[in-house]
Design a protein around this ligand. Structure first.
Ligand code: ADP
Ligand code: MG
Length: 464
């Protein structure tokens, strides 16, 4: 069978399926379409006139592209060319053998089952170290990967930066991709937002492109959306996601989201979407304890084929407790050095190489109490104001600053920080940190305020 035969079969099957879904009159009117040629990216189809081309584009292009995608598992675009003709092409009727050949074609056209092009293949369950900080989330993720769309839908993983949300989410995607024919779509909320804005934010975009955007996500069997907190304050994108959510939910398609905080703490977020995500399984990731940090480092060292002695693992795990991303970057520093000089990393080398990382305020042992005292003093408040419930702006801002600095320069978890700030929830701490981060991004004076406060805090802690 030639390639053209393959694609003709796909095209005929596409028309058959469309015909079965559509009113016969409509089909006869608008599917006078003649296959010309195709490759894995584009199907060229002839239409009888400019008007016809225009109408098909508007009404059906995205729908047809979606149908083809369902059949062959990848996106192709439809190129409509004009070819006047006298005889209408009658749509083919499925032959008995067509389904068999179609199966063969699907096999042939299907991208080889190695890698999913949106997922990192090293983000899988085998490389994910399970400790008490993440065991519930990891077990749930595995259960979902084995049985998507059934018990835990949607699944929300939330927690601070560098704690393994993206890794776990992609592990679900990789597992399903490797073990089934399901169509897995991974997208960051940021990309979703940008695509949405580009498609709907301009009057120039045709209906076809809009439909294509909607269809793209509604055809997913598994939809993974990373970092949905990005969608705060974006009501239209939230609404589009809400519709996508409903379409997929009704069809029992698995959805997984990640977020830097529980959905209840999202601000300016569509209430219906919030409550639907909230009704799924929501689990959080906490920073790993010392044992888990050691296990992660050992695993990563093994994977990269570098020998790291136990005392070095111990040194790094003791000194870096913020998150897994920081652990990884310390290890990368060591492995890069080891490769460069062709030597095993000794304790002395590790101490030397990571001196600055360990000494950075982020990893030192400044107490929450000192941070509160110095921050309060700067703003002419008492530490109790920072711990109290008052919500006047003159107190809220220093309180958020102090929480942010705790998160930046101490080893305390958000739960511990929350406790020391009058028993607040760890999500409040996460939210405060996010606020300050945003302000730093938009206003350089906030950054210098933070830096000068950190210096004062360090000076104070050295003196005391
Ligand atoms: P987040 O999305 O929460 O910011 P990531 O998933 O990007 O965090 O994780 C940061 C880095 O740490 C990644 O390289 C990831 O592979 C690694 N990582 C996180 N958790 C684990 C874990 N439990 N075991 C092994 N590696 C982990
Ligand atoms: Mg992430």
């Amino acid at each position: 069978m030639t390639e053209t035969d393959d694609f003709t079969i796909i095209w005929n099957e596409t028309l058959n399926q469309i015909r079965s879904e559509m009113d016969e009159q409509e089909f006869v009117t608008w599917f006078n379409l003649e296959f010309q040629k195709a490759d894995e990216k584009e199907f060229t189809i002839a239409v009888p006139s400019l008007f016809y081309q225009d109408q098909v584009k508007k009404r059906y292009q995205a729908y047809i592209e979606g149908k083809i995608e369902e059949l062959i598992g990848k996106h192709v675009s439809l190129n409509l060319v004009i070819k006047p003709r006298t005889e209408p092409v009658s749509p083919p009727v499925a032959e008995t053998s067509a389904n068999e050949s179609l199966q063969a074609v699907k096999e042939a056209v299907k991208p080889k089952k190695n890698k999913h092009n949106q997922l990192r293949d090293d983000y899988n369950f085998d490389t994910y170290v399970v400790g008490e900080n993440n065991s519930f989330a990891a077990n749930a993720a595995q259960a979902i990967a084995r049985n998507p769309g059934t018990a835990y839908n949607p699944f929300l993983i939330y927690g601070g930066v560098g704690l393994g949300k993206t890794h776990l989410m992609q592990a679900i995607g990789n597992y399903i991709h490797a073990n089934s024919d399901s169509k897995v779509i991974y997208i960051t909320a940021e990309t979703f937002l940008n695509e949405f804005t580009n498609t709907f934010g301009t009057v120039m975009t045709g209906e076809g492109a809009k439909a294509a955007f909607k269809n793209k996500y509604r055809y997913a069997d598994i939809l993974l959306i990373d970092d949905i907190h990005i969608l705060q304050n974006k009501p239209q994108t939230q609404e589009e996601l809400f519709y996508t959510f409903n379409a997929l939910y009704d069809a029992n398609k698995q959805m997984v989201f990640t977020c830097d905080r529980p959905v209840s703490d999202l601000k300016n977020f569509n209430e219906r979407l919030r409550s639907r995500v909230g009704r799924g399984l929501n689990v959080d990731l906490q920073p790993p304890n010392y044992e888990t940090r050691c296990a992660i480092l050992r695993k990563k060292a093994d994977t990269s084929g570098i020998t790291i002695p136990d005392d070095v693992i111990d040194l790094v795990s003791k000194n870096i407790s913020t998150n897994i991303r920081d652990l990884e970057s310390a290890l990368n520093t060591l492995t890069a050095y080891a490769r460069l000089v062709g030597k095993t990393v000794t304790l002395e080398i590790a101490q030397q190489r990571l001196k600055d990382v360990f000494a950075s305020p982020r990893q030192s042992n400044i107490s929450i109490e000192i941070i509160q005292r110095v921050t309060a003093e700067k703003y002419h408040l008492s530490p109790n104001d920072l711990k109290g419930k008052k919500r006047t702006q003159s107190i809220v801002y220093p309180r958020q600053l102090a929480m942010f600095i705790c998160r930046e320069i101490t080893e305390y978890t958000t739960t511990e920080i929350g406790q020391d700030f009058g028993g607040r929830d760890h999500t409040t701490v996460m939210y405060s940190c996010q606020r300050i981060e945003n302000q730093i991004r938009n206003d350089p004076t906030v950054d210098s305020t933070v830096q000068s406060l950190i210096r004062d805090i360090k000076d104070y802690s050295v003196k005391s």
